[in-house]
Write a protein that binds this ligand. Structure first.
Ligand code: SF4
Length: 650
């Protein structure tokens, strides 16, 4: 493979020459293969040149159809070749990383039309892989054991049989099991409570083997925001423990759909505790010969953990529209946490003494010590409840306690934005009312370049947006009826976006009773692997895709997606602990937190409709509020593409 895609003259700056070469591709070469010359795209290329040349952070807001992905990919490949290190392209979620590398995706287009050989590899999140331990539990369990037995039998030979001459390869990713729904998949996939470091199967595990493959990428490593943030937060601790960081050294980062990065940063900073996991971990010590006093302490710790989680169970309340349960930080709970921490501290001290006696296996001891250290860090957050966000979530084997610090800005500032490296935020929606402050402040970015370019499409001609008026205050059944009518008019071909899983499930239960939709094919997120579901939606033109997470990134040009139905305005849930804290810190909670969040999401959702010059269709916003609140209506009207009005009737 040629190192540079152009004849590099060492006497002048590399990035400038890369910029000239990229402009040539956009002006001359790509148009020969049917691509349009777009002023917006050329303008973006010039702006990105500044960010790469000066190693700056840039907000690149470019409307749908500007071809922004091609521009950042070209820079990323050139830059990676110069530095001999890959560029990380972090997409909002796992389904979007697949879209980038699909056969008709942008990387394939560049390879085909520019004759570039691009070494791009996917770094999928651990939860996208089968966990061999969980698979064993599932196939020996009671529910659908046969299904998991089949998965087990289909694993590569080297998982079942040990032989000195074997060559290993990555396997077992979510995409290989499109027929499983999310619940079935979750029973056998990695989760945060798996201790891979201590796992004896890790050298034959698909998740571990995938890391060896993507590390070798010469040009691009494509991962999700979550994965990149996990890399950032675990970087130091992995190095300390002698482990490789999750991602190799890289020379730049592109955050596609960059407006969503804050949520990923918060998620990666969270700690999760669960009683059964703690019990399983701490009882490992009982397998060695330990002193009686330590054995009693371990029993105390298990009892204390049990009592803490029982209290959490009693005191946590479900939050409508969210998987999270609210926890009230009252004195009784803080006292239970304090008692738990105390007993853990004594155990930690005892383990120091125990290690000198060499009675416990050193490896096991290290694992327990590390786990206790993590638990102490997490529980220490309760010392300053005003700096803590916590909630609970249900799972098959009990409640999980989830904790995270209030703000991620300081950590982001220190570990991401203070490094001398180009950081590109690319999205069609990074600004709110012309300002980038909402996204920049949320991430702790003080110094940045920015620009906005509009979409080249003629929305006035291609798109109609309606906000149906309501007779009965937009009740659930009234929305169902309106949706059924809309679906009938477009004969399916629709994407329905729900703000929460509960609303999607409500729709799924009811739609079977609507005769006008009989015979229509509905595809529901969660029923199958997501990229498989999207591919089915695209190929089966009249089908209807119902989703919660596809407000961003879904790119389905053509008649399959001629109708977008926004089930309700995507405000964050009222009781969500993360947003409650953001609201408390804001001078005007509604204006500073809820409204910008909703407007960005709504713009993204509406953006799914027109994906090419020949697309046309209707978007419907099912909301009662916008008919009652004139200011809200104005805000929504102002985010519509120029020339598009908000109609009440179709
Ligand atoms: S290495 Fe991790 S994911 Fe793989 S089998 Fe072991 S615990 Fe499961």
């Amino acid at each position: 493979m040629e190192r540079y895609p152009f004849a590099y003259d060492h006497a002048s700056p590399y990035v400038r020459q890369a910029g000239e070469w990229i402009a040539d591709q956009l002006y001359d070469v790509l148009p020969e293969h049917g691509f349009e010359v777009r002023d917006e795209q050329i303008y973006m290329a010039f702006q990105l040149e500044r960010a790469f040349a000066d190693k700056r952070t840039i907000f690149a807001e470019a409307g749908v159809g500007t071809g922004k992905t091609l521009v950042y990919l070209l820079y990323a490949v050139c830059y990676a070749r110069y530095h001999r290190k890959p560029v990380i392209v972090a997409c909002a979620d796992e389904s979007l990383i697949e879209q980038l590398v699909k056969p008709e995706g942008d990387i394939a287009k560049l390879q085909r039309h520019l004759g570039l050989l691009i070494d791009a590899r996917l770094a999928k999140s651990p939860d996208q892989y089968v966990c061999l331990n969980k698979l064993d539990e599932a196939r020996l369990g009671h529910e659908e054991a046969g299904l998991y037995q089949e998965v087990h039998m289909d694993l590569p030979e080297f998982v079942h049989v040990r032989d000195g001459m074997q060559s290993f390869h990555a396997y077992g990713d979510r995409k290989q099991y499109p027929h499983l729904n999310d619940t079935q998949w979750n029973r056998m996939s990695w989760d945060v409570f798996q201790d891979c470091f201590a796992c004896e199967k890790r050298h034959r595990c698909g998740q571990t083997l995938s890391r060896d493959e993507y590390r070798k990428a010469a040009d691009l490593i494509i991962c999700s925001h979550d994965f990149y943030m996990e890399h950032v937060w675990t970087y130091e601790s992995r190095k300390r423990k002698g482990q490789l960081p999750m991602l190799p050294d890289h020379c730049a980062v592109v955050f596609d759909e960059g407006h969503l990065l804050e949520a990923a940063a918060q998620k990666a900073l969270t700690y999760k505790l669960k009683h059964v996991v703690f019990e399983e971990m701490i009882t490992r010590l009982l397998k060695g010969e330990i002193r009686e006093s330590l054995a009693y302490l371990i029993e105390d710790a298990i009892t204390q953990s049990e009592s803490l989680f029982e209290l959490l169970e009693r005191r946590s309340e479900a939050i409508p529209g969210s998987d999270r349960k609210r926890i009230v930080l009252e004195d009784e709970l803080l006292e239970e946490v304090r008692k738990f921490r105390d007993v853990l501290t004594v155990i930690e001290d005892e383990l120091v003494y125990e290690s000198e006696l060499f009675m416990i296996n050193e490896y096991q001891l290290r694992i327990v010590e590390e786990h206790l250290e993590m638990m102490q860090k997490a529980l220490n957050l309760f010392d300053r409840p005003e700096k803590l966000i916590c909630w609970a979530t249900d799972s098959v084997n009990g409640l999980s306690l989830v904790m995270m610090p209030r703000t991620v800005q300081e950590v982001m500032r220190e570990r991401v934005f203070s490094t001398a490296m180009p950081v590109i935020f690319s999205s069609a929606t990074l600004s709110v009312n012309g300002s980038f402050d909402y996204v920049a402040e949320g991430l702790g970015i003080d110094d940045y370049l920015s620009f906005s370019v509009d979409s080249p499409y003629e929305y006035e001609r291609q798109m109609k947006v309606i906000a149906p008026a309501w007779t009965y205050r937009a009740t659930f059944s009234e929305k169902m009826k309106t949706s059924a009518e809309l679906l009938q008019r477009s004969e399916g071909r629709a994407l329905i976006l729900f703000p929460s899983k509960e609303e999607l499930l409500g729709f799924k239960r009811e739609i079977v009773h609507y005769s006008e939709c009989a015979g229509m094919r509905f595809l529901f997120e969660g029923d199958q692997e997501i990229s498989h579901l999207i591919a089915t939606f695209q190929s089966d033109e009249p089908s209807i895709l119902c989703a919660v997470t596809l407000w961003e990134g879904l790119d389905v040009p053509g008649p399959s997606l001629s109708n977008v139905i926004i089930w309700s305005l995507p405000f964050p849930p009222r009781q969500d602990p993360v947003f409650m804290v953001k609201r408390q810190a804001a001078a005007s909670p509604y204006e500073d937190v809820d409204l910008p969040y909703m407007l960005l999401r709504l713009r993204q959702g509406l953006g799914r409709l027109i994906r090419s010059r020949s697309d046309w269709g209707t978007a419907a916003i099912l909301s009662e509020e916008l008919h009652k609140q004139s200011q809200l209506r104005e805000q929504i009207e102002s985010l519509l593409p120029s020339g598009v009005a908000l109609l009440e009737q179709w």
